[in-house]
Design a protein around this ligand. Structure first.
Ligand code: 13P
Length: 336
C-alpha cells in the first residue's frame, strides 16, 4: 500500500471523518459576526483551539482542514496548531486554493484560483505538518449552468492541483461542490453532479494522479434550497449512492461529504442512511464545516471562556456524525 493511501486510511477509518475548519478570514468573520463575536485573530484561534482540544478529536476526527492563518498559530500551551491536532491522533490538513473568482466569458460562474506558486506553498505547508490538502471548485445549477466551460476549467484546475499535492507527499481532497442554491430538482442535481464528477476523474487520470491516494469531497444529491420539491431522506441516500458509484472510479478509497448548508440534523441523518445502504467499497464519511460547528459556535458565543461547555456540544455532534458514518445513528441516540 502506498504512503498516500495509508494517510487516507488513517484519516477515514474506524468511523472517523474530517473537521473542515478552513474558513477563510472573510468567511470566519461572517460566522463570528452572525453570533456577535468580534472577528479578531485571537478569537478565531480561541474557538478553533477549543474544538481541537476536545475529547472527540481522538475518537471521531481523523483529520482537520486548516486555513493559512490557523496552521501558523500557536496555542495557549505553546504548541503549534498542527502539533495539537497530531497529538490527538488526527492528521493536520490545509486549504490551498485561493478562492473562487468570476469565470471569464461566463460571468455567473466561478473558477477556483491558486495554481501559481502552489508547489512552493505546498512545500511550506508540509514543513508545518500538513499531510493532506483541500481545493474546492464551485458550480451553480440553472437551465444553462454549469456550463461545459466551468465543468472543464474547474476539473482541469483540480487535477493540476492534485498532481502537485501528491508530488509533495500529501493527499489531495478533490472537492467539486455543486451548490444547493436555486430551485432545481433532485434529478437535475443528480445529472449535473454526475457530469461534474465524471469530468474531474477524466482530468485526474489524464494528469496521472494516483487515485488510491486521494479523497473525493462531493455534495449529496438534494433538491435546490428554493425548490418546492420535498424528497425523503431515504431517496437522498439512494440517489447519492447511485450517482457516486456510477461516477467515481473504484480505486478511490474514500468519499467525505460536505454539509453545504444542510442543518446538523439533516447532514447526520442523510449520512447515516447513505451508510446503511452503502453497497460500494467506498468509505463514506463526513468532512463537515457548518454541520459540525454550528451549535458549538452558538453556545461558545454566549461565553467565549466556557471551553468545557463548548467542547461538550462539539463532542456530541462529532459522536453523532461518527455513528452516522457507520450507519449506527438514530433519533433516540441523538436525543438521549
Ligand atoms: P460545509 O460542511 O459547511 O459545507 O463546509 C465544508 C467545506 O469545507 C466546504 O468547502
Amino acid at each position: 500500500m502506498s504512503e498516500l493511501n495509508n494517510i487516507v486510511l488513517k484519516i477515514l477509518s474506524s468511523g472517523k471523518g474530517i473537521l473542515a475548519a478552513d474558513e477563510s478570514t472573510g468567511t470566519m468573520t461572517k460566522r463570528l459576526e452572525s453570533v456577535s463575536v468580534p472577528s479578531t485573530s485571537k478569537n478565531r484561534l480561541l474557538f478553533r483551539e477549543t474544538l481541537f482540544s476536545s475529547k472527540s478529536m481522538e475518537t471521531c476526527i481523523g483529520g482537520v482542514i486548516l486555513y493559512d492563518e490557523t496552521i501558523k498559530q500557536t496555542t495557549s500551551s505553546e504548541k503549534t496548531i498542527p502539533e495539537l491536532i497530531s497529538k490527538s491522533g488526527a492528521v493536520p490538513g490545509i486549504k490551498v486554493d485561493t478562492g473562487a473568482k468570476v469565470l471569464a466569458n461566463s460571468p455567473k460562474e466561478k473558477i477556483t484560483e491558486g495554481l501559481d506558486g502552489l508547489r512552493e506553498r505546498l512545500k511550506e505547508y508540509y514543513k508545518l505538518g500538513a499531510r493532506f490538502t483541500k481545493w474546492r471548485g464551485v458550480y451553480v445549477i440553472s437551465d444553462e449552468h454549469p456550463s461545459k466551460l466551468s465543468i472543464f476549467s474547474n476539473a482541469h484546475a483540480l487535477a493540476r492541483y492534485a498532481a502537485l499535492v501528491q508530488e509533495c507527499g500529501m493527499v489531495p481532497i478533490v472537492e467539486p461542490e455543486v451548490l444547493m442554491d436555486g430551485n432545481h430538482s433532485a434529478e437535475e442535481c443528480y445529472n449535473k453532479t454526475s457530469e461534474v464528477i465524471q469530468k474531474c476523474y477524466e482530468e485526474l487520470i489524464f494528469n496521472k494522479v494516483d487515485l488510491t491516494g486521494t479523497i473525493l469531497k462531493p455534495n449529496m444529491i438534494l433538491p435546490g434550497s428554493d425548490s418546492s420539491e420535498k424528497i425523503a431522506n431515504e431517496e437522498v441516500a439512494k440517489l447519492t449512492l447511485k450517482c457516486l458509484t456510477n461516477a467515481v472510479p473504484a480505486e478511490v478509497p474514500g468519499i467525505t461529504f460536505l454539509s453545504g448548508g444542510q442543518t446538523e440534523m439533516e447532514a447526520t441523518k442523510n449520512l447515516n442512511l447513505i451508510n446503511k445502504l452503502n453497497y460500494s467499497n467506498f468509505i463514506m464519511t463526513y468532512s463537515y464545516g457548518r454541520a459540525l460547528q454550528q451549535s458549538a459556535l452558538k453556545f461558545w458565543s454566549k461565553d467565549i471562556n466556557n471551553i468545557k461547555g463548548t467542547q461538550e456540544i462539539f463532542n456530541h455532534r462529532a459522536n453523532m456524525c461518527s455513528l452516522a458514518a457507520q450507519g449506527e445513528w438514530s433519533e433516540e441516540i441523538e436525543t438521549k
